[in-house]
Design a protein around this ligand. Structure first.
Ligand SMILES: [Zn+2]
Length: 61
């Protein structure tokens, strides 16, 4: 189970997490991959980030 590192909210459901997709074409990173971050719905702390549709390398903390 994931807990928010900031407010300790238990992130039990998808509703507790906000996925923010960043379209690579905006210039954030010059790539065709799609990047995303997950943020706490309570305090907006960043929980994690990753790449969607890219090579699966696991490594999720
Ligand atoms: Zn939080």
């Amino acid at each position: 189970m994931v807990h928010c590192p900031e407010c300790k909210t238990a992130l039990e459901t998808i509703d507790d997490i906000e996925f923010v997709e960043m379209d690579a074409r905006t210039g954030f990173i010059r790539s065709s991959k799609r990047f995303y971050t997950t943020t706490c719905a309570e305090c907006s702390a960043t929980i994690g980030s990753g790449v969607a549709g890219a090579k699966p390398n696991g490594g999720a903390a």
